[in-house]
Design a protein. Structure first.
Length: 435
């Protein structure tokens, strides 16, 4: 017999197999020895009451043979199959390649940036010297921005595909199986590079191709049908299908499409700031900690969502990173744009999140028929942020209360000064957010 039940466990009990088995037996009103296996289906934190608990959906095997599920990848060899060109090796491009292999097609990934390990020197130049390589940075390269963007694996979208299949693919390539059951699954930026490399190996072992340091400059179009791509090296690659998976930061791709009379349109986007604050403030609010009391070590750093209507327009938090850091994500020189991410254990003392508002076409001066209207506005904001920070990728910052009241900050809390910013005499704590 197999039954699905919900159990409630205290922090610390939620990972104790013996305790979980006893709780399941109590819920089923049976002897624990009759339970031959347990499979946790979902796990979430319930902090609505004064006592914080874990709610868990559990499948109990009662006097049944139980075989724990394993996660492996077994893709067909598609070396000689019909090719599909995929432009971009970010999350969309990599999963498109895996889908092609499953469908019996050969993916040929074209990536303008470098492989994961080769990107590290360029990232170090960004962080230490403020130098941006426009072809290799936090956005461009193997894994795209996803490699260095926290690895939060939940979505608010109602148009969902096989979410569980995506999670299982990550587990098969090295992610912890916890992402299959947690309500807000998270991998961690420190673990993502190895997972991305494992996905690359899967694609190559199946017969796919990945070309790094290869930039597409023209789509080859014949009788209104795309037949391949031309690279900056003047090399031509042909295929009857091309998938564009370049993300939103590759502005030159939009310009290329426009030059080739492929329809592109201006669209609204969210713009805002990234707010940084001590993680303990969020824990205090979420977990009802007493003053000067730390959260339980059996509870993870807490997160939040904020949504507000101001003058009929929605303002909302975005990409909240518990125990995270703020990272520079510019793809061109003389611009500032940032993102946030967290390591797997989220142990950093500060949290950060974007707070954004939608910018509509009518908010920006210019012709709405101009497909680059919003793109240029976005670029102007990033260039203005660069100037406001004084150059060298130092992000402009101010206290949140001063920002809300429209005044310049005299200084920032000393606890938010990093060694690099102390040396330069500038401060961080409130910075320009990525688009």
């Amino acid at each position: 017999m197999i039954k699905e039940i919900e159990i409630v466990a205290l922090p610390g009990q939620h990972e104790d197999e013996a305790v979980i088995k006893q709780l399941a037996a109590s819920a089923l009103n049976i002897n624990p020895q009759k339970i031959t296996g347990l499979q946790i289906l979902k796990r979430s934190i319930d902090a609505r009451g004064r006592k914080v608990v874990y709610r868990m959906q559990v499948k109990a095997f009662i006097e049944e043979v139980y075989h724990p599920e394993t996660y492996t990848v077994n893709y067909p060899n598609i070396k000689n199959a019909k090719p599909v060109i995929i432009i971009g090796a970010g999350p969309a491009g990599l999963f498109a390649a895996l889908q092609c292999i499953e469908l019996g097609m050969k993916p040929i990934i074209i990536e303008r940036g470098k492989a994961v390990k080769d990107r590290r020197r360029d990232l170090a130049n960004i962080n230490k010297q403020g130098l941006v390589n426009p072809e290799s940075n936090y956005c461009f390269g193997e894994g795209g921005a996803g490699t260095y963007s926290d690895g939060k694996l939940y979505t608010r979208s109602t148009k969902r595909g096989d979410v569980n299949g995506v999670l299982k693919t990550f587990v098969a390539h090295g992610a912890t199986a916890d992402i299959l059951i947690d309500a807000r699954p998270h991998i961690g930026t420190n673990k993502l590079p190895q997972i991305i490399e494992a996905i690359r190996d899967t694609i190559l072992n199946a017969g796919g191709e990945i070309h790094f340091d290869s930039k597409v400059v023209t789509l080859i179009v014949h009788f209104d049908s795309i037949k391949g791509v031309l690279l900056a090296t003047r090399e031509t690659l042909l295929a009857n299908a091309v998938i564009l998976a370049t993300g939103h930061s590759a502005r030159d791709v939009f310009e290329m499409l426009h030059r080739q009379n492929i329809l592109i349109e201006a669209k609204p986007f969210a713009l805002g700031v990234r707010i940084e604050h001590p993680q303990e403030i969020i824990d205090l609010a979420q977990y009802h900690c007493a003053p000067n009391e730390d959260r339980s070590p059996d509870l993870p750093p807490s997160y939040y969502n904020l949504i507000e209507q101001v003058d009929g327009r929605g303002v909302f938090s975005f990409c909240m990173c518990p125990g995270g850091i703020i990272a520079p994500c510019a793809t061109e020189a003389n611009e500032i744009v940032v993102n946030g991410w967290s390591p797997s254990k989220r142990k950093n003392p500060y949290a950060n999140s974007g707070t954004v508002v939608q910018i509509n076409l009518e908010d920006v001066a210019g012709d709405n028929a101009d497909p680059f209207k919003m793109l240029r506005f976005q670029q102007q904001i990033e260039q203005a942020a660069f100037k406001a920070g004084g150059g060298n990728l130092v992000a402009p910052a101010q206290r949140m209360v001063d920002f809300v009241n429209g005044r310049i900050s005299i200084g920032l809390p000393k606890k938010l000064l990093s060694p690099r910013h102390k040396k330069r005499g500038t401060k961080r704590g409130f910075t320009q957010l990525d688009k």
